[in-house]
Each structure stands twice: as structure tokens, then as C-alpha cells.
Design a binder for this molecule. Structure first.
Ligand SMILES: Nc1nc2c(ncn2[C@@H]2O[C@H](COP(=O)(O)OP(=O)(O)OP(=O)(O)O)[C@@H](O)[C@H]2O)c(=O)[nH]1
Length: 308
């Protein structure tokens, strides 16, 4: 249960993270859903109710401590019915402007067809990097896979082509790592706990916040927000919980820490008991207080904290 010693004045820098949107394009049945599940893995989180993303269908959010990939559908090109119209092209381009990369998926087994060429043509003018995943390679031998890769290169879109099997997971890690390199430095768009059990983490945060509210007065309670950064089962009977307590000013931070750290210690001790009761194990609680001026007006931070 410590606090601020490791952090410089002002609460320390926010962690350096990458985050971005990857637009998925591919004919029906090429394996988009299977691939999203493979990229996101057990940390699946389908989030569709966030205000800034209502325009886009989110397939999944893949979060590691360093990077958050938001996988979205690129609408309009999945089921080409007619020729590529200027209007459709404009729509695709505008969608891609909001993305950091495009991932086109083709079916290795079926080879490249007119539908794929249609999509490739729509992506050809993208200002973002285009990556091609040649999926279902598990259905082919080495020679067949090579042919499929060469076939994909005739699409003349994208610099990088990855042979994968979304089903077995082969090649998915290399593809994912490449995508992570393509997204910019950015705070996360979704709370980190979205990749585990969100409701549990929100509850844990509330238990900590409750103890803060009990001990603070005037404007301080309104200025405080708590975010659970990490929950780790150290062993069967010990859980380590890292919580960030956000306030708006240095003086609020001073109040929360108290003389010789007495206040934060009292908050920590009381919150730890609550967390132990909730989790049914011993808890090591690591609390750090950070200042983020005007966090209540900061949409991105509010999103990270999961506040609507
Ligand atoms: N053998 C093999 N089958 C796969 C692979 N990826 C997906 N499939 C199968 O392909 C079929 C379609 O997969 P989906 O993931 O539903 O495809 P989709 O592109 O999301 O489909 P829509 O959302 O309807 O466009 C399913 O039967 C999958 O099991 C793969 O890598 N290998």
C-alpha cells in the first residue's frame, strides 16, 4: 500500500501507450470474426456503446499493457453489388481517415477473386497502411500457401502480406505485432479492464472510492475518480490490486496523502479490508494518487475510466 514515492511531482507521466483503429475488410466468410477472436484472444471485449464510436461497428478490442487495437468493420465494401462508385469510394476514404491501418483478409483456399479485387481497388487510395492477411492457410500445403501469397500480391495493395490461420492461430501473433507497430502513441480509448472482467474492476474501484469519500470533504470528493489499473492473483490467497486515484489539483492530492501520508494510509487500509472481503483473498493494495487537471472535461480520460 504505497503511494507516491516513485512518482515525480504532478503525479508522474501517464504510461506511454499505443492505441488505434484497424479497419477490417474482406469478403463474407473469409474469417473476419475468427481472426478477431484470435487477435483478441481470451481478452475479448466487444464494446459498442461508446459515444465516439457509434458510427463504427466494433468487432473487438485487443489490449496489452502497451497497446490497444480497436478492430472495426470497414463498411461499404464487404458485399460489392455494383461497380465502385465515386460515392462509395469517398465513404471508404472517409472511414479510413478515422483509422490507423486497414487489414484486408483474403481466403487462401479460394484464391483471389473479383470480390477481393473490388475491395483492393477501394483500398488502393488509402492514406493509411494496408496489410493483407491470407487466411485459412491450414487448408493448404506449403506450395499452395506460396501460390496464395503470390496471388494476394497481385492485388497490388498493401506492403505486407501475412499467411495465417485464424483457426489454428498460426501466423496471428506476427500479424498482430505488425499491427501494433502501425498504430500511434496514444492513450487507450477503452478502459484497460475491458479486457478482463469489467464489472468486477468497476466494483473494486467503487470500493476504493467509497473509502476516499468517507474521509474527504467539500470539493475533494467530487474531484476524485478511481481506476483499477491491474489485478493480479499472486497466489491462491493473495491478490495484488493496483489502483490509480485521480484528482484535479495538487492541493487535492496533498489532502488525499495527508501529513506524513497518514490519509492515504488510512484510505488504503480501509479499502484493502473491503477488497479482501470482496475477493476472498488477502490483498496487497498499491494506491497512487495522480493529478490530471480538468479530467472531468477530458473525454479520452473519461473513456479510459469507463465513465459515460
Ligand atoms: N480452416 C479454416 N477455417 C476458417 C479459418 N478462419 C475461419 N474459418 C471458418 O470460416 C468460416 C467463416 O468464418 P467467420 O469468422 O465467421 O467469417 P467472417 O468473415 O467473419 O464472416 P462474416 O462476418 O459473415 O463476413 C467459419 O466456418 C470458420 O470456422 C481458418 O483459418 N481456417
Amino acid at each position: 500500500m504505497s503511494d507516491l514515492a516513485p512518482h515525480p511531482p504532478g503525479g508522474g507521466p501517464l504510461p506511454i501507450t499505443r492505441a488505434g483503429f484497424v479497419a477490417l475488410a474482406g469478403r463474407p466468410n473469409v474469417g473476419k470474426s475468427t481472426l478477431v477472436n484470435a487477435i483478441v484472444g481470451h481478452k475479448v471485449a466487444i464494446v459498442s456503446d461508446k459515444p465516439q464510436t457509434t458510427r463504427r461497428a466494433i468487432r473487438g478490442v485487443a489490449t496489452t499493457p502497451e497497446c490497444q487495437l480497436v478492430l472495426v468493420d470497414l463498411p461499404g465494401v464487404q458485399r460489392p453489388r455494383d461497380a465502385l462508385t465515386t460515392r462509395m469510394q469517398r465513404r471508404v476514404e472517409s472511414e479510413l481517415r478515422d483509422s490507423d491501418a486497414a487489414l484486408m483478409i483474403v481466403n487462401a483456399e479460394e484464391g483471389v477473386g473479383p470480390g477481393d479485387r473490388f475491395i483492393a481497388q477501394a483500398l488502393a487510395h488509402a492514406k493509411v497502411p494496408v496489410v493483407i492477411a491470407v487466411n485459412k492457410c491450414d487448408r493448404l500445403d506449403k506450395a499452395g500457401t506460396l501460390t496464395a501469397l503470390m496471388d494476394a500480391s497481385t492485388l497490388e495493395v498493401g506492403d505486407d502480406i501475412f499467411p495465417i490461420s485464424a483457426k489454428t492461430g498460426n501466423g496471428v501473433l506476427a500479424l498482430t505485432q505488425h499491427l501494433r507497430e502501425l498504430v500511434p502513441l496514444s492513450p487507450f480509448f477503452f478502459p484497460i479492464e475491458d479486457n478482463s472482467d469489467q464489472s468486477e474492476n468497476v466494483l473494486l474501484a467503487e470500493l476504493v472510492r467509497e473509502q476516499v469519500l468517507r474521509r474527504t470533504f467539500q470539493e475533494v470528493p467530487h474531484a476524485v475518480e478511481v481506476m483499477i489499473d491491474d489485478v493480479e492473483a499472486v497466489h491462491e490467497d493473495l491478490t495484488r490490486v493496483r489502483a490509480l486515484v485521480w484528482v484535479e489539483t495538487e492541493s487535492q492530492k496533498g489532502i488525499l496523502i495527508g501529513a506524513q501520508g497518514k490519509m492515504i494510509k488510512a484510505i488504503g487500509t480501509a479499502a484493502r479490508k473491503e477488497l479482501q472481503r470482496e475477493l476472498g483473498t488477502q490483498v496487497h493494495l498499491d494506491l497512487s494518487v495522480r493529478v490530471r487537471r480538468g479530467w472531468r472535461g477530458d473525454d479520452r480520460l473519461l473513456d479510459r475510466l469507463g465513465i459515460e
